[in-house]
Design a protein around this ligand. Structure first.
Ligand SMILES: Cc1cc2nc3c(=O)[nH]c(=O)nc-3n(C[C@H](O)[C@H](O)[C@H](O)COP(=O)(O)O)c2cc1C
Length: 366
């Protein structure tokens, strides 16, 4: 399958707090050709953030704003006070950030006044966006990421009116409301189409459940925009951007395991403790299993491993299972059914963490 023309204008790697951190971005942008990746949200409260915090959250700023493979990283800020958000954005600009995104889509229970909570306050979102645009150099690209509404997509026109102000370069819309969290059947691409030509000429990026060439095409047709953002599905298909452009077929499964191992190596370079490294590998493979059930039998076995050596050995064996087309249960044959059931839900843990995550909890008022 090779498309004559790339069907999409832009493909972005979604910000994912606790998942798409700097080492993950290094690896995912090596295998997927994104137009840009995003930092995890950086919480701004009442104070302008120190430069060192921005550099810690977005180490790409030390290398001209790009990952090792040259993918630009957009800095995402989340806050509810116009001045600290705007001045923090300015500091990111001083550190060389070429693009900034403001988050009004985070549904975390712990972000009491910020993220998607502000969807109820279009006037406040408007002030945050306007003030940020005012202080930034006009060369710095400014986008806003949000959901369809707080309770209902009926709120979307008013939200777009508040955010589609002069000088905003892109509107990124996750096609669910805050109330919908990540519910599968709540996905509402058609709602995006209702506002796509009412944005003051600002391009719209569609986001939510784009997992393949076909879903990408459907999404483009329904939403009427050729800009898309992808998140959770990229762990099962790390070359998903090329697949969406019709340039490649999905990467063979044994190579996906190489990408997972490349991520482990990236964490090793950063001296991650073994337990954290294993948790992150399980998170990677958990998403792969959630989006492609051919990873599931292996994932169940893998969840029972504790050491990096065990992990490496299992990955090597499973590569043979995939490459030689062996019975997918080869590695799990000795696994008792009860143990398999224990790990079956691990894949949903990260999505749940997106709603009640530790970083947001730390920043929340006690
Ligand atoms: C674990 C997790 C963390 C997330 N963190 C962020 C974040 O920091 N900033 C943000 O704007 N959206 C965040 N999101 C939302 C994603 O960027 C994206 O909108 C959502 O996953 C839907 O896209 P997808 O179906 O392609 O994954 C997060 C989602 C998940 C599952």
């Amino acid at each position: 399958m090779v498309a004559e023309n790339k069907p999409l204008e832009k493909i972005y790697l979604a910000p994912m707090e606790g998942v798409c951190d700097p080492p993950m971005r290094q690896v995912l942008t090596r295998y997927g050709k994104y137009d840009e990746c995003f930092s995890e949200f950086i919480r701004v409260t009442t104070e302008v953030l120190p430069y060192k915090t921005l550099l810690r959250e977005v180490p790409e700023l030390k290398t001209d704003g790009v990952t090792d493979s040259g993918c630009l990283c957009r800095v995402q800020l989340l806050g509810d006070e116009p001045e600290p958000v705007a001045q923090t954005a300015k500091r990111a600009e001083e550190l060389g950030a070429r693009s900034i995104d403001l988050n009004f889509g985070c549904p975390s229970r712990f972000v009491h006044h910020g993220g998607a909570m502000l969807l109820k306050e279009p006037e406040l979102m408007h002030r945050i966006v306007c003030r940020t645009r005012e202080v930034l150099d006009s060369k710095v690209f400014l986008s806003v990421k949000f959901r369809l509404g707080f309770l209902s997509a009926d709120e979307l026109p008013q939200i777009v009116e508040a955010l589609a102000v002069d000088g905003v370069d892109e509107l990124i819309i996750h096609a669910r409301t805050r109330k919908d969290l990540y519910k599968k059947d709540a996905l509402n691409w058609p709602a995006i189409a209702t506002i796509v030509d009412k944005t003051n000429g600002i391009p719209v990026v569609a986001n939510g459940d784009i997992v393949s060439f076909e879903t990408s095409q459907q999404c483009a047709q329904i939403t009427k925009t050729k800009r898309q953002m992808i998140g959770r599905a990229v762990f099962a298909t790390p070359n998903l951007p090329q697949v969406m452009q019709g340039l490649e077929t999905p990467m063979p499964k044994e190579l996906v395991l190489d990408v997972a191992w490349a991520f482990a190596e990236e964490l090793q370079k950063l001296n991650y403790p073994e337990k954290s490294l294993m948790d992150r590998l399980k998170q990677f493979l958990g998403y792969a299993h959630k989006y492609d059930d051919s990873f599931s039998p292996f994932f169940r076995v893998f969840c029972r491993s504790h050491t990096v050596l065990e992990a490496q050995d299992l990955l090597r064996k499973q590569k043979t299972v995939f490459a030689e087309g062996l019975d997918p249960n080869t590695l799990g044959a000795e696994l008792a059914p009860a143990a398999a059931a224990d790990v079956a839900d691990i894949a949903d843990v990260a999505d749940a963490a997106a709603v009640s995550n530790s970083k947001a909890a730390e920043a929340a008022p006690q």
